[in-house]
Each structure stands twice: as C-alpha cells, then as structure tokens.
Write a new protein. Structure first.
Length: 507
C-alpha cells in the first residue's frame, strides 16, 4: 500500500505535445490543406448531395435519354427563368430546346415542337453552327427526327459529324434519320461508329432498333437487356421495359408483352408508351374491355394518332361501330393538327384512309411520302393502299420491298399475302399467311381473325406436291445411242536394228 501511495505522489510526466506545438501543427495543417486546394480545386462532383430534379433531367436530356416528368418540369422552369435574365447564353437555350423536345415526346403534344425549334434557333443565333454550337445542332436534328422530317435530320447530323467526327451525340441522330429514310446500311454504319465512341444507353437503344429492323430479334433483345443494365433513372428503366414488351408482342408472346408493360408502369406510372403497349397486349389476349380502358387512358395522356386508330379497330372488332367512328374522327382531328407543328403523320393517315376512308387519297399521300423516304413502313402502307384501289401489280412490288429486308412483321406479311391472293398466286399467299400466324396471330383484333379465315380458305397443297413437280406421263427410259468405241490406230513399223560395227584389228 505504501508503495502505491508513494507512486501516486510522484509528479506526472511532462506532456510531450505542448500547447505551443499544437498551435504550430494546426497552422501547418491549414497550409497543407490550402496548398492541396490550390493544386486541385473543388469540383462539382465533390458535392455529396444527390443531384436535384433539374440536374437529373439535364443529364438525361444531354444523353438523349428519357427523363421523368417531374424532373423535366423542374428543368424547363429553371432554364426559362435563367434565359429570361441571360438571353445570350447559347448553352442554356440549347438545353431548354432539348427539354421542350422531351416534353413533346412524353406528352405527344405537338405544340411543344415550335417552342423547341424557337429555343434551338435562338441558341444558333447567339452562337452559329460555323462556330461549333454542337448542342443546338444536335437538338435540331433530334427535333427533325421527332417530326419525321428525316431528310432535315440527316443534314443536321452530317453537319455535326463533318465538323466534329468524334462527337458521339451526332450518331444517334444519324441512326434515326437513316432508318427513317430507309438507308439501313448507312444506319448500321452510324451505329457501329456510335458504339466505338460511346457505349451506353443511347447506343444500346439504337442497336436494338437496327437489329429489329433487320429481323435479328435475339440481338435486339440482348441490346435492350444491356440498355436496362445501363439505365439509372426510373424513366429510363421504364422505357427499356416498354421496348422489351414491344418486341415480345411482335413475336406473338402477348403474355410476356403484358408482363413487361406492367413492369414499366410500376417503374414509372407516368410512362405514356407503356399504357398503349399494355392495351395492345390485352387485346391480343382477348381481354377487349380492359384493352379499351387502357387505350382510353393512354389517349387521355398522349393523343397519339396510331393509338386512336388501334382503339377504333378494336371497337370495330367488338361490334361497337359507333364508338369506333368517334375514334376515327378523333384521329383525323389529331392528324390535322400535326402539319401546323411540322409533324408528318403520312403513314398512319395513309393506313387509316386505305381501310376506313378514301383509298385513292391514301395512294396520293403515301406516293408523295415514298418520294421522300424509302422506309419499309412507307413501302408497306403504300402497297396496301394500292391494293385497296385495285392496283395489285404495283402493290406487290411495294409489299416485296417492305418484307425483303428481314423485318418479321405479321402485319406486313398479311398485307403481302392478301395482295398475292388477289393476283391469283395462292401458293405465295398461303406461305405468307402461314408466316403471319406463325409470327403473331394477335397482331390486329380486326385483321388477325381475317388472316386465320383466309389461311383456312386457301387450303393446303396436294399430297404429291405442286403440279409442275409431277410428271404428266409415265416415265419411259430413253433410247440411248449404242457406244461406238474408236478404232485402234494402226501400229507404226519398227525401225531396223543397227548393224554392229566391226572392231578394229589388234596391233
């Protein structure tokens, strides 16, 4: 105990780090931190806070990816306020124009297109194309594609590519433009260049479209699955799921299409395309009442002429012609507003007029469109309109152009089969009707049952095969000429043997 008390009375050892030394060390630390900041200044990415709605939408718009409705609204409000006070900020005008364009895509309201054009042109006034205003130029190309003015989109995309060949944002515009013009080889080349420069969501989405147009469904699905892995925001994931659902529907798997579209709607309830896709799948599954409900909901959010045509034909198939006519009138009104905003709805209007209006007007409209674009969609629609006017020979030429690229479309195959049957070629008609039913028997609630009836009425070929492959008379062995072997050539006389020379006498 005494020992412990003695130790406790010993003075404590001195503190090595004195107060003065602490002050000096703190000063040194401050100097080091300041030096580090001078060497590496703070960057935007150093902020640990998550990006706000406007920042998220700006990032999506800059990539050409879908943006959430709330984020997009915040971005538009922010940029409108900014450019009101900074009218010479060309970059902000370009962002605002692209945001307006994304609003047009989400809402299918063509009134956004003139606003987008005005903002993008203002950006180009502040900083012209010759000075490298690539964001505005790319935006103008994307705007032209959205309006289905693919020739103008091609010009903008090629202008950006000429000035900056390694700027990846030009290539999505070019892929869409070349596809719309029917230049599928050029679209594939632009896609390859895009993939070299920038892999990611935009490249995978374009790859899926290019592969689908060539009939390479498995490759298209793989590209969309890769896109799903790259998608970050819910709006992006929902859009990819919608595209997967569309591919499933096109290959005749309506149940899988419904599953994908419902997943898209759970991911982003505001996804407008997914509602239409779900309605399409429900109709193919025979759930007509639910399909009508979804079509009406989709049209309430996005008045797309194609959806109005599909709903009208569904109502016709359900024996509700009065309601169908209401939809057809709505379609005509929607399409009539398109030209004022620069939107081209020639294909949808042409198909509508061919089946439910004036087929001759459809031929005139689609012939003019064919002069501008040589896509498979225009070829199919024009071929069908020509058939409806009785010009089946010319119709078949366009139907062949629509189906020979490789795109596996039940609608295209059905149109070609009907045209071939009208020309009396039942064998070809049977082959393409079989292709229709094999590809997607529920491709249309109105024409799907007609295709099934047509296939049953065409009948099957005889068991022995086509007539021109069977001999009309019993086979008789032909009389072949007797072999005439060549005579042997006469033997040549042998040369006489040389006489031996006498040896010289010995000496």
């Amino acid at each position: 105990m005494d020992g412990f008390d003695e130790q406790s009375r010993q003075p404590a050892p001195p503190v090595t780090f004195t107060g003065r030394k602490t002050v000096v060390a703190a000063a040194v630390t401050v100097v080091l931190i300041a030096g580090a900041l001078l060497i590496r200044p703070a960057r935007t990415g150093d902020d640990a806070r998550p990006p706000g709605p406007g920042e998220r939408a700006a990032a999506a718009v800059g990539m050409g990816a879908p943006a959430a409705a709330v984020d997009l609204k915040a971005l538009v409000a922010d940029r409108e306020k900014w450019v009101a006070a900074h009218a010479d900020d060309d970059a902000s005008w370009a962002v605002l124009g692209s945001a307006y364009l994304e609003q047009a895509r989400r809402t299918a309201d063509s009134a956004w297109f003139p606003k987008a054009e005005k903002a993008l042109k203002r950006s180009l006034e502040v900083r012209p194309a010759e000075k490298g205003n690539f964001d505005a130029m790319t935006g103008m190309g994307a705007l032209a594609n959205a309006r289905r003015d693919f020739g103008t989109a091609k010009k903008w995309g090629e202008l950006v590519r000429a000035q900056a060949p390694k700027r990846w944002t030009a290539y999505p515009v070019l892929v869409d433009a070349y596809t719309g013009l029917g230049s599928y080889k050029a679209a594939q080349q632009a896609l390859e260049r895009l993939t070299e420069l920038r892999e990611g969501l935009p490249a995978h989405l374009r790859a899926a479209q290019v592969y689908r147009d060539r009939g390479w469904r498995e490759d298209a699905v793989l590209s969309l699955e890769a896109a799903a892995g790259d998608a970050k925001a819910p709006a992006e994931k929902a859009y990819v799921l919608h595209r997967l659902g569309e591919l499933a529907f096109e290959r005749g798997d309506a149940a899988e299409a419904l599953r994908q579209q419902e997943a898209a709607l759970r991911t982003d309830p505001g996804q407008p395309e997914a509602l239409g896709g779900r309605a399409r799948a429900l109709a193919a599954l025979g759930r007509g009442g639910e399909a009508v409900r979804d079509y009406r909901l989709a049209l309430g959010r996005t008045p797309v002429p194609r959806l109005a045509l599909e709903l009208g034909e569904l109502l016709d198939s359900l024996g509700r012609p009065e309601e169908a006519r209401v939809q057809y009138r709505s379609l005509a009104a929607q399409a009539a507003r398109g030209p004022s905003a620069g939107v081209n709805e020639a294909v949808v209007l042409g198909l509508f007029e061919a089946d439910h209006g004036d087929p001759q007007a459809a031929v005139s409209r689609l012939s003019a469109e064919w002069e501008r674009t040589k896509s498979v969609e225009v070829a199919d629609a024009l071929g069908w309109a020509l058939h409806r006017t009785g010009e089946d020979t010319a119709a078949l030429e366009h139907a062949k152009k629509a189906t020979e690229l490789g795109l596996r479309s039940a609608s295209f195959a059905y149109h070609r089969a009907v045209i071939e049957r009208s020309l009396g070629d039942e064998a070809a008609a049977r082959r393409h009707l079989q292709e229709t039913m094999r590809t997607n028997p529920g491709f249309s609630p109105l024409r799907g049952p007609l295709a099934k009836e047509a296939l049953a009425s065409v009948g099957q070929p005889s068991e022995g095969g086509p007539e021109n492959m069977q001999p009309r008379t019993p086979w008789v062995a032909p009389e072949l000429p007797k072999p005439n072997p060549p005579k042997p050539a006469p033997a040549k006389p042998k040369a006489p043997a040389a006489k031996p020379q006498p040896s010289p006498p010995a000496r």
